[in-house]
Design a protein around this ligand. Structure first.
Ligand code: 6PG
Length: 463
């Protein structure tokens, strides 16, 4: 009866989160559908066992938690969450709180909050297993009074950036899962841009895997310092357990995905928020999976990427910096669009702060983004003093990278779309006049005249 919190679902993430909670001094009752998993978890809990109550039925779980209860769900996103809520709610008191810490679609979370079957929070948790165990980044969503009930636990288990916990309430309803979704979209684009540069180093410069690993390790000491650059270096250095060959050389280059990047892109379209680098990253994963067609393409047209050496490492590093800033700018603009469309008040600079540690996209650049978004709220990151200065210094390099890559057959979907975004965003007079002219020609859709008059037509409208 005295566990402070409960947790259902002892998969990789659930087990890590439960251990983290226990380690921070909170008594926790746990339950898993397969009882053996619960027993195994309890058996290996070591020093933490005293704070962990393993239970073998939902009734026992509920009975083990102090009232008003709080129970974390760590089950696969989607139907499993609804099934779990349906099974659990009848056993709970009216003010007992269910917290979904999985990668839920924010619309599902909105629906679950609206369903009003009882108090509910949707909380995005980032950082993989390591983060869940030792300090993730936590994006809360739901009513403030409900968040307040578990805020001490959330801040205790979260990663810390110079003592500041990477956990915060993002807003009502699905806001936490929305922010987590955009985090994952940015994650996709950041990963893809790194992979594109890796391709230039491998197939353009003909570098071996260890040397590529060295380049990433070196970049990780500079402005690109980030978890993703760090692990990219480690992945490039790693050897295959079975053969001892470079690990990358034995990994089939067809990317998997669970869908959060795709959700980001679909939702961005609904919000009319341009996130081309994220879209390109999702497309690149989809295309990568078409192994047979790609082999066919190589047969018909010849292999695309050619060796070339026109790019030095500094140009590549700067190009990647520019691409990264543009991809984050797009992500934050999408968050602004949600604030506008949903009547939320997403705390932009706080979001950058809680992404500084714990989550997959943590990086030193996010530190600057946090202070920049604080100093210049509501401004597209690319136009802020700090990042505009970096872009002025680096967009030429991005252009070099994209141009050289294109000339030598290296596909750079994310970096090139980042560049196109940059160029469109600094062009007062673009080419949509032609699109409007075409629309008016074939459908009399009307256009805005430069004299300010709306609903204007071309000569074809006469008579
Ligand atoms: C995180 C990760 C995590 C998970 C992704 C992977 O922030 O900890 O984003 O949520 O690793 O869902 O997504 P894909 O399987 O779609 O690449």
């Amino acid at each position: 009866e005295d566990a402070r919190i409960g947790l259902i679902g002892l998969g990789t993430m659930g087990a890590a989160l439960a251990s983290n909670i226990a380690e921070k001094g909170f008594d926790i009752a746990v339950f898993n559908r397969t009882t053996q998993v619960t027993r195994d978890f309890a058996a290996q809990a070591g020093d933490l066992a005293a704070r962990i109550t393993p239970t073998e039925s939902l009734e026992d779980l509920v009975a083990a938690i102090a009232k008003p209860r709080a129970i974390i769900l760590m089950v696969p996103a989607g139907d499993a969450v609804d099934a779990q809520i349906d099974a659990l709610r009848p056993l709970l008191d009216d003010d007992d709180l269910i917290i979904d810490c999985g990668n839920a679609n924010f619309q599902d979370t909105d629906r679950r909050v609206e369903a009003a079957t009882g108090p509910f929070l949707g909380v995005g948790v980032s950082g993989g297993e390591e983060g869940a165990r030792h300090g993730p980044s936590i994006m809360g969503g739901g009513k403030a009074d409900l968040w307040a009930r578990v805020e001490d636990i959330m801040t205790a288990i979260a990663a810390k950036h110079e003592g500041d916990p990477c956990a915060a309430l993002m807003g009502p309803g699905g806001a936490g899962h929305f922010v987590k979704m955009v985090h994952n979209g940015i994650e996709y684009a950041d990963m893809q841009m790194i992979a594109e540069v890796y391709g230039i180093l491998r197939d353009g410069h003909g570098m071996d895997y260890d040397s590529i690993g060295d380049v990433f390790a070196e970049w990780n000491k500079g402005p690109l310092e980030s978890y993703l650059i760090e692990i990219s270096g480690k992945v490039a250095h790693a050897k295959d357990l079975a053969t001892g060959a470079p690990l990358l050389s034995v990994i089939v280059d067809a990317a998997g995905q669970k869908g959060t990047g795709r959700w980001t892109v679909i939702e961005a379209q609904h919000r009319l928020a341009p996130v081309p680098a994220i879209e390109a990253a999702v497309v690149a994963r989809n295309l990568s999976a078409r192994l047979e067609e790609r082999a066919k393409g190589q047969e018909v047209f010849g292999a695309a990427p050619q060796a070339f050496d026109g790019l030095d490492l500094t140009t590549l590093e700067k190009g990647l910096m520019a691409g990264k800033i543009l991809c984050y700018a797009q992500g934050f603009e999408m968050l602004s669009a949600a604030t506008r469309d949903f009547g939320w008040d997403l705390p932009m600079s706080r979001i950058a702060q809680i992404w500084r540690q714990g989550c997959i996209i943590r990086s030193s650049m996010l530190d600057d983004m946090a202070s920049t978004l604080n100093a210049e709220p509501g401004v597209n990151l690319m136009f802020t003093d700090h990042f505009a200065a970096i872009l002025r210094d680096t967009h030429g390099a991005l252009r070099q990278v994209v141009a050289q890559a294109a000339l030598n057959g290296h596909p750079l979907p994310a970096l090139s779309s980042g560049l196109a975004y940059f160029d469109m965003m600094r062009t007062t007079r673009g080419t949509a006049d032609m699109v409007q002219g075409q629309r008016d020609f074939f459908g009399l859709h009307g256009f805005v005249h430069t004299n300010g008059k709306t609903g204007q037509h071309g000569p074809w409208a006469k008579g």
